[in-house]
Design a protein around this ligand. Structure first.
Ligand code: MRU
Length: 354
């Protein structure tokens, strides 16, 4: 298990994933992220289908959190002597985040395949993710301070992020958000611009919610405003998470990340990706091989209940895009920083991830 030099920074806000009870009769409790920030509601998942549904509808979301939830879902399958069926079914819930498949493969290697042994492994995956977040934060903060050493209380370090790669998306303090929490804990002045993240508003609903709850200075912008904010020189560093990173460093993340990387390059602003080694897919040579999830048209035309486009309009809704390695200044993992981002550096820092 990765270790950290410092005690774990406490996770802000409500816990997103929790196992309740013992291995044989317990269940998975998930924070329903679809209703945040208005309501804090928990879902008690007592069968595999309810875990699958929660992943599919984004009640639990974010690559690492999806993997952790699926690992606990496998325990529920084993409670009914249906581990294989559960593992296969959970793997069909969402296609892009490789952490889902990584966690399920890890659960398949557990012997004996009993609820007790599987629960132990799921809890280890969960705890490891928390430690990885913290390590990522330490590496990221060090790198950011190297890139932008001039931050002072008069001019706080200014970060821009997209979607939610935060505590809600992981077992710990997030990936892209981990240097923010560490900076705050160490008294380093920072401010954060959060893209709203169309169409499901993970930035507006989740990132602003959790950073705000932690007392971090966060400013919400619409996705289309990021170019102007960069042009005005308001951003020192852009930092996002990732759902799957190919062996050459091409990185899939929430739709809207790729244009942000292009704009950051245009304005000479470093573009960083923060992700654990479990997000790397070393079996694929580049981002073209990453499966991109397509979501329903309703999420664009009547998201959150109110219709905003004519009935029957044609839609196309890829949930993720791929940012080419050449647009990424560095990828920060718990094992170290990949810079420059290319196949050789990915191999030397991440090695074999499984
Ligand atoms: O569709 P989502 O909300 O699951 O997408 C989440 C993202 O794209 C995150 O940036 C990514 O999973 C990294 S989370 C640490």
């Amino acid at each position: 298990m990765p270790t950290t030099d410092t005690p774990l920074v406490p996770i802000p806000g409500p816990r997103n994933i929790e196992w309740v009870g013992d291995a044989k009769t317990g269940h998975l409790r998930l924070l329903d992220q679809t209703v945040l920030p208005n309501e804090v509601i928990y879902l008690d998942c007592k069968d595999v289908q309810s875990v699958w549904d929660a992943i599919k509808r984004l009640s639990v979301r974010g690559a690492p959190a999806i993997g952790v939830a699926a690992a606990f879902g496998c325990v529920i399958g084993a409670q009914r002597d249906e581990f294989d069926k559960a593992a296969d079914h959970l793997a069909t819930s969402r296609p892009t985040a490789v952490n889902l498949f990584w966690a399920i493969e890890r659960m398949k290697r557990v012997t004996p395949c009993t609820p007790e042994a599987l629960l132990d492994e799921a809890k280890i995956i969960h705890a490891e993710d928390a430690a990885m977040c913290q390590r990522i934060g330490e590496h990221a903060l060090e790198l950011i301070q190297q890139l932008k050493p001039q931050a002072s209380s008069l001019k706080p370090l200014s970060l821009l992020t997209h979607c939610n790669a935060g505590a809600l998306a992981t077992g710990g303090i997030g990936t892209a958000t981990s240097p923010m929490y560490l900076a705050q804990q160490r008294g380093l002045p920072i401010r954060v611009f959060a893209d709203e993240t169309r169409p499901l508003l993970q930035g507006a609903r989740l990132t602003v919610f959790e950073l705000g709850a932690a007392g971090i200075d966060v400013t919400l912008i619409c996705d289309g405003m990021a170019g102007q904010v960069l042009r005005e020189g308001k951003v020192d560093v852009v930092i996002t998470g990732a759902d799957r990173i190919a062996s050459n460093g091409d990185a899939a993340n929430k739709i809207g990340t790729y244009p942000l990387a292009v704009m950051a390059k245009h304005h000479g602003v470093p573009f960083l990706v923060a992700a654990p080694s479990s997000t790397f897919d070393m079996s694929i040579s580049d981002g073209d091989a990453i499966p991109i999830e397509l979501r329903s048209s309703e999420e664009i035309t009547e998201g959150f209940g109110s219709r905003t486009a004519p009935q029957g309009v044609k839609t196309y809704s890829p949930a993720f895009d791929v940012t080419a390695a050449e647009l990424i200044t560095a990828i920060i993992t718990e094992r170290g920083v990949i810079r420059p981002v290319d196949a050789e550096q990915v191999r030397s820092v991440v090695g074999s991830t499984q």
